[in-house]
Design a protein around this ligand. Structure first.
Ligand SMILES: Cc1cc2nc3c(=O)[nH]c(=O)nc-3n(C[C@H](O)[C@H](O)[C@H](O)COP(=O)(O)OP(=O)(O)OC[C@H]3O[C@@H](n4cnc5c(N)ncnc54)[C@H](O)[C@@H]3O)c2cc1C
Length: 394
């Protein structure tokens, strides 16, 4: 054994890992957070940072959204302006071929129902939009945070409570029979009572290395990042029909599992969701291409993707087409049914998962808190509903 065993090892220092590590440490547990990159290069680094706490269409998701909304307000008080938490208008653009009424109807069960705007009203709210490129838009108040700043603030808060951050890569698990006892890195063995996988898009491969098969998947996301520009976006812009979510639903279906098992497969054709968000310093993220490729290490062509992203944003927001910007790539996790996988892996005591979040910001703070309460003995009704045991495992 190398070093003393801790109560929990959290693998992954993106938003899911740090939110959970902080909550576990707050509950009095000794927690070690293992992250392989500094600075971060995962989805929490390149995210738009939108918090869709209005979007829940079921009582469960609406309750999570409302709980998280309150938690973000508390986080903003705790961390101040550093995390850039604010409320912003989200404009969900309708393509010229869309039927505005039919698309709007898809949102009628949301906790806050977006308002349908005409072309004129959408362009009055966001003058950078190209009138001919949209049939109108849906407008809704949206939460927004600078996710990499929130992740950093939570990491510091975790450390301030005595939590330990180790820079290293989990290369496998330590077992005593079927019981997980810790994590192996290139240089050491880390022992713990519980290990939780929060590795975002890499959770699938990490668990498979441990012989665990759960319906967790990932998409390759591509985005452009621009330094501060001399114009101001008034809103966050996204398409009303998010093709990424449609792609995830198709690629996560059981029929596609055979393709996911093989290397270098394109499970579903790539999709483009034209959108943009401007941060308080004037910098921008413009996106996004999503690809369901079965290999986490699959190569994509930055030049071709950049051209696709520029052409897409050029149609909807022509001014942004030629802004100086840099292409980036990361993985985003998703699950078969759109809900995360949270809890102990069946037949693998000591191995937990907190992953499969695709668009998680409206639920991560609340679920991290509830999971920490659950594993320290409180009664929780939500966490058991997210158990990986709801799928066939191993
Ligand atoms: C362009 C874009 C826009 C988005 N916009 C939104 C949005 O507006 N709203 C929203 O809710 N969501 C959005 N998302 C999704 C959201 O950002 C991600 O789902 C979220 O950040 C994922 O967090 P995570 O902690 O699961 O993963 P990550 O942030 O990827 O973190 C996982 C971490 O695990 C580490 N890791 C992996 N394997 C190992 C290992 N073996 N050992 C040690 N460490 C390891 C990685 O280095 C990484 O830091 C967006 C995503 C993208 C790409």
């Amino acid at each position: 054994m190398t070093g003393e065993a801790v109560d929990w090892i959290v693998i992954g220092g993106g938003i899911t890992g740090v939110a959970l590590a902080w909550e576990l440490q707050k509950r009095g547990l000794a927690v070690l957070l293992l992250e392989r990159h500094a600075p971060l290069v995962g989805a929490s680094r390149y995210s738009y940072g939108g918090i869709a706490y209005w979007a829940g269409q079921t009582p469960l998701l609406q309750a999570l959204g409302e709980a998280s909304r309150k938690q973000y307000q508390a986080l903003a008080e705790e961390f101040g302006g550093a995390i850039e938490f604010r409320e912003i208008d989200l404009l969900l653009t309708l393509a010229p071929e869309d039927d505005p009424g039919a698309i709007a109807a898809r949102f009628r069960d949301c906790a806050v129902v977006p308002e349908l705007l005409s072309q004129e009203d959408a362009c009055a709210l966001e003058p950078l939009l190209h009138r001919e490129a949209i049939a109108g838009a849906l407008r809704v108040p949206h939460g927004h945070v600078r996710l990499e700043a929130l992740t950093a603030a939570l990491t510091s808060a975790f450390q301030a409570l005595g939590g330990r951050v180790v820079l290293g890569e989990a290369q496998g698990f330590l077992w005593e029979g079927d019981r997980c006892r810790g994590v192996r890195t290139a240089t050491t063995e880390l022992w713990a009572d519980q290990v939780v996988v929060c590795a975002g898009g890499f959770s699938r491969d990490l668990l498979r290395q441990g012989g665990v098969q759960v319906p967790l998947y990932f998409s390759h996301a591509e985005v452009l990042e621009a330094p501060p520009v001399p114009v101001k976006l008034q809103t966050m812009v996204m398409p009303a029909v998010t093709r990424r979510f449609q792609m995830e639903a198709l690629a996560g279906a059981a029929e596609c599992d055979r393709l996911w098992q093989e290397p270098d497969q394109e499970v579903i054709a790539p999709v483009l969701d034209v959108g943009a968000i401007q941060f308080l310093d004037g910098s921008l993220r413009i996106g996004q291409i999503s690809r369901a490729l079965s290999s986490a290490s699959a190569q994509v062509s930055p030049a071709a993707s950049e051209a696709t992203l520029r052409s897409g944003i050029g149609r909807v927001m022509p001014f942004l087409k030629d802004v100086p910007a840099q292409w980036h790539h990361c993985l985003v996790a998703f699950s078969r049914d759109g809900l995360p996988l949270i809890g102990e892996v069946p037949q693998r005591p000591g191995l937990q998962v907190f992953s499969g979040f695709s668009n998680p910001l409206a639920m991560v703070p609340s679920l991290a808190e509830q999971f920490a309460r659950f594993v320290t003995g409180d009664e929780e009704t939500v966490i058991p509903q997210m158990s990986p045991g709801r799928f066939l495992v191993r």
